[in-house]
Design a protein around this ligand. Structure first.
Ligand code: G6P
Length: 593
């Protein structure tokens, strides 16, 4: 997955696309590049490395009102100059940036482009040459449409043509592309956060659409070349969310936003004690015989809490599926399942693929997402906004707690039980504040003790185990320490062999029923040389515990214990001087399979 941005208008295109690209860096940051119009030619600057480097190598000496740019997360070929975008066709007529994966690029290369030279290992270079190949027999527009009809896979493309110097061609299939309009020009971007602040309306291109941007005008066509209506929406961007404020890193800012996010969710979904959720959604869940959660990464770990809520509160059997597993497997379905997809971005390709598959089979689809304008939201019968505002840090934090809070409210609405959920969530927001303000020194101290470890284990049982999963993921993502989460009872069935002198084993204990057994399991690890740490809830705490969290309702404890884990990961990464918001090898939105 990658990020692309383009601009044509009356302002300096270089500034607009580079600014936009910086906001898209979450989509990948292995290499980056830009093509800018310079009189009757295009100049290309590209290299491996981050956008800050691209800004350094870009020439600022000429006027330019048109450009396209790309930030890459390598899928085909190494991270190097040759594989960086933009790519250029053999006769140098067409220039292209691409986000997505072309599955049949090898076949296209052999069948149509055997006379062509290739300078990169990318599938993208095949597209630009395929367009050139057809342009010898037809117009640029026709050649692009012809090439599109032959591509299998996902693609968002911006294309420049030296014979149509005033035009940006845009193409979209299965990977997002948005066109924003402002008084000075038109911006195209993988994500609307890359738009300049004066864009006031935008449209998201549908799959298999082709747009021509020329003379401050946008025309959209289908694959046959018939013009289709452009449906614009008003754009409202939350500027605070996409700025770092006074923080050194987005991750810390987003961790500390969590109390506000929880309060926003309460305001949105409660009217006094009544839950404000679409009655049709509640009925659809009540009428189902099984809930299937589908998600990836942090959203998957949040889904496990959804399973807990729906089984405990509503008595509905619930299963959590890894989206990428469901793409190829066909597990047995019950008679009336409902699918709940959890996704911060709403653009994770594995989720979208599964969503389309089960939607086509006629099942009801719900999305719990932070992006109500996303592709997943578009395909859903019901959408629940997690109200977290833009999350920029690649390591997800506020989306985890926000998704769980929304799931708890949905489960309450379905169960119709008289729980004290609203007050309990309010209490969660206060306790998170307390962790951020008062427990920070203790968490930093613990981070300094574990920062040089080669391996770390989190252990817990039940819902503490699920919080451990997310805690371990945070440490892996940004500290690069091999951290595993284990159900504490399972540790002794093999993994305990990995415990060495001083290996940190962190136990999360917030549940009365499992408090002593998890502590016993920790002792077993300590007897084999581990350095034990305990994160506990006040009501169950021993005085020697390392981090003691003020009490919250027993069924909401992952919302607070995870904040300790997030901060622990943050400070370990800070001590190690790692790139916290842009960890190596990762991208925030995974739009490839
Ligand atoms: C990527 C990100 C993770 C995220 C996962 C799912 O792997 O690095 O932080 O949890 O995608 O993303 P989603 O947007 O679907 O929640």
């Amino acid at each position: 997955m990658c990020g692309i941005v383009g601009y044509v208008g009356s302002l300096d295109a270089r500034t607009i696309v580079l600014d936009g690209l910086k906001k898209l860096e979450y989509r990948g940051y292995d290499s980056s590049g830009i093509a800018l119009r310079c009189n009757n030619d295009f100049k290309i600057f590209k290299d491996k490395g981050r956008i800050a480097h691209l800004c350094e190598i870009t020439d600022y000496s000429f006027k330019t009102n048109m450009g396209i740019a790309h930030t890459r997360w390598a899928t085909h070929g190494m991270v190097n100059y040759e594989n960086s975008h933009p790519h250029i066709s053999n006769n140098k007529r067409f220039i292209l940036v691409h986000n997505g994966i072309i599955e049949n690029y090898r076949k296209l290369k052999i069948d149509y482009l055997s006379d062509y030279s290739f300078y990169s290992e990318t599938d993208s270079e095949v597209i630009v040459n395929l367009i050139e190949f057809y342009s010898k027999k037809m117009s640029a527009e026709q050649a692009i449409r012809k090439a599109m009809s032959m591509l299998e896979g996902s693609y968002a493309l911006l294309i420049l043509d030296k014979e149509n110097m005033d035009t940006i061609y845009c193409v979209k299939n299965k990977t997002p592309l948005n066109i924003g309009v402002s008084n000075d020009g038109i911006t195209i971007a993988s994500d609307i956060i890359a738009f300049p602040s004066n864009v006031n309306k935008f449209l998201s291109l549908d799959d298999q659409r082709f747009a021509i941007i020329k003379n401050n005008n946008v025309k959209i066509f289908d694959l046959m070349g018939f013009e289709v209506e452009a449906n614009y929406k008003e754009l409202k961007l939350d500027e605070y969310s996409i700025s770092k404020g006074n923080y050194e890193h987005y991750m810390l800012k987003e961790i500390e936003e969590q109390p506000d996010v929880i309060r926003r969710i309460i305001t949105k979904y409660f009217d006094n004690e009544n839950v404000l959720i679409d009655k049709n959604l509640i009925e659809a869940i009540k009428n189902s015989d099984k809930i299937n959660f589908v998600a990836c990464g942090t959203s998957l770990y949040a889904s496990f809490m959804g399973k807990y809520f729906f089984e405990k509160l509503c008595g509905i059997p619930t299963e959590c599926f890894i989206a990428s597993e469901l793409v190829y497997s066909n597990p047995l379905m019950t008679k009336k399942p409902i699918f709940i997809f959890v996704s911060q971005s709403g653009e994770t390709l594995d989720c979208i693929t599964v969503m389309k598959k089960y939607k086509d089979l006629g099942y009801k689809i719900v999305s719990i997402t932070n992006s109500v304008e996303s592709t997943m939201a578009y395909f859903s019968d019901f959408i629940l906004d997690i109200c977290a505002n833009t999350e920029v840090s690649v390591a997800s934090t506020k989306s985890y707690t926000a998704s769980i809070a929304v799931m708890s409210i949905l489960a309450k609405a379905v169960s119709n039980q008289k729980t004290n959920l609203k007050n309990n969530l309010n209490r969660v927001s206060l306790v998170i504040e307390n962790i951020i303000q008062d427990l920070k020194p203790l968490i930093k101290d613990m981070a300094s003790k574990i920062k040089d470890s080669n391996a770390i284990f989190y252990i817990g049982r039940g819902i503490d185990y699920w919080a451990c999963d997310e805690g371990a993921l945070k440490l892996k993502e940004i500290s690069y320490i091999n951290t595993e989460s284990y159900s504490s009872g399972e540790l002794k069935h093999g993994t305990i062999a990995l415990i060495e002198k001083g290996t940190p084993v962190i136990a999360i204990v917030t549940q009365e029923g499992t408090n002593s057994i998890v502590r016993s399991n920790l002792e077993e690890a300590i007897s084999r040389g581990a350095k034990g740490y305990v994160i506990s809830l006040e009501s169950l705490a021993y005085s020697k515990d390392d981090i003691i969290i003020p009490n919250v309702a027993h069924y909401l404890t992952p919302l607070v214990s995870v904040v300790v884990c997030q901060m622990l990961a943050y400070y370990v990464a800070l001590y190690k001087n790692n790139d916290i918001d842009r960890p190596k090898n990762l991208a925030k939105s995974v739009t490839v399979e």
